[in-house]
Design a protein around this ligand. Structure first.
Ligand SMILES: Nc1ncnc2c1ncn2[C@@H]1O[C@H](COP(=O)(O)OP(=O)(O)OP(=O)(O)O)[C@@H](O)[C@H]1O
Ligand SMILES: [Mg+2]
Length: 303
């Protein structure tokens, strides 16, 4: 027999899942998706593949963007002899060496012995598999793990290696990483030239009136996706100011805070998320080491 308490918990879990799954296609996010798509599509006819390096600070949304593009555009077609797919994507581990990444890519493309052979031999197999599997786009996340802060020669080697991979495969590469990923481009003019369209995904800010409006639109969109029948918008000026102070405009802090506050409200069967829930969630995150809890202060302002 299913009792009312079980149904209630199921319903809460469903709503919490909705909160966890919220993805906002804000204008910066859409712009980046469009740039990736441009590289992907234009490279099919371009004389030279058009590559892209997307940088952003931690928590700005690089991996979310990466996964969204893969989700929207990757397709796997199982053939008799070879599996075809549209996107070859991977995350660069830390610490890393080129050979580790090549082996991981070989494995993703179905190479039966990815660890076998010299680096040169593995590279040749990778190039052949990229062609045979009809890969259209190669995407790597956490590219900064290739950067060596002590030995610039190693950065040059990585850059040379990627340059030749772009040349030989003739496929576009889209790389994601922290700002220091650029070091690999900067040591090699030829690689830099192939990644001539850089994009930096900035965190949100309150620097200008239009920045404030952009942030308000973002938090308004989030409040509209929350699973409450009676949720006031977070775009109201006081609330938006508090959310900006608490999050510093990074998606990770903002979403962590909103997700936790919404969870508290759902578990308490409250009709919407309010400042008490935010205040409690903020304290749970030890205020992100901030001086004030803005959700406890009326008319909160900050510089
Ligand atoms: N557009 C978005 N909509 C909803 N949530 C988002 C969005 N972008 C980022 N987030 C959330 O912010 C958090 C951090 O995002 P993500 O992991 O993409 O950042 P990152 O830039 O890859 O960070 P890192 O450099 O630390 O890997 C995640 O919880 C993610 O769900
Ligand atoms: Mg990431």
């Amino acid at each position: 027999m299913v009792c009312a308490v079980d149904l209630d918990i199921d319903n809460q879990m469903e709503r919490i899942k909705i909160v966890e799954d919220i993805r906002i296609k804000h204008p910066r996010f859409n712009h980046a998706l469009k740039l990736i798509q441009d590289c992907h599509q234009h490279s099919k006819i371009a004389a030279e593949p058009q590559c892209l390096l997307i940088t952003a600070p931690s928590g700005a949304g690089k991996t979310t963007l990466f996964r969204q593009y893969v989700k929207m555009h990757d397709k796997i077609i199982y053939g008799n002899t070879r599996t075809k797919r549209v996107i070859l994507s991977d995350e660069v581990p830390s610490p890393t060496r080129l050979v580790v990444v090549v082996e991981s890519l070989l494995e993703k493309l179905g190479d039966p012995f990815p660890l076998r052979g010299t680096l040169g031999n593995k590279r040749d197999r990778l190039i052949k598999l990229i062609k045979d599997c009809q890969i259209e786009l190669i995407m790597l996340d956490e590219f900064q793990h290739f950067v060596n802060s002590e030995n610039n020669k190693l950065n040059y080697e990585v850059a040379e290696w990627f340059k030749s991979l772009v040349n030989i495969t003739n496929k576009p590469f889209v790389l994601f990483g922290l700002e220091e990923s650029r070091i690999v481009m900067e040591v090699n003019e030829q690689l830099d030239g192939r990644f001539s369209v850089p994009y930096h995904l900035h965190p949100f800010s309150f620097n200008s009136q239009s920045d404030k409006e952009e942030f308000r639109r973002l938090v308004d969109a989030i409040s509209k996706q929350l699973p409450f029948e009676d949720q006031p918008t977070f775009a109201e000026s006081g609330m938006a100011t508090k959310l900006m102070y608490a999050s510093d405009g990074t998606m990770r802090r903002l979403m962590n805070l909103i997700r936790r506050a919404a969870r508290i409200a759902i578990e308490r069967n409250h009709p919407h998320v309010d400042e008490n829930h935010f205040s409690e969630a903020f304290e749970l995150f030890t205020r992100f080491r901030k001086e004030y809890n803005p959700f406890l202060i009326n008319d909160f302002e900050f510089e």
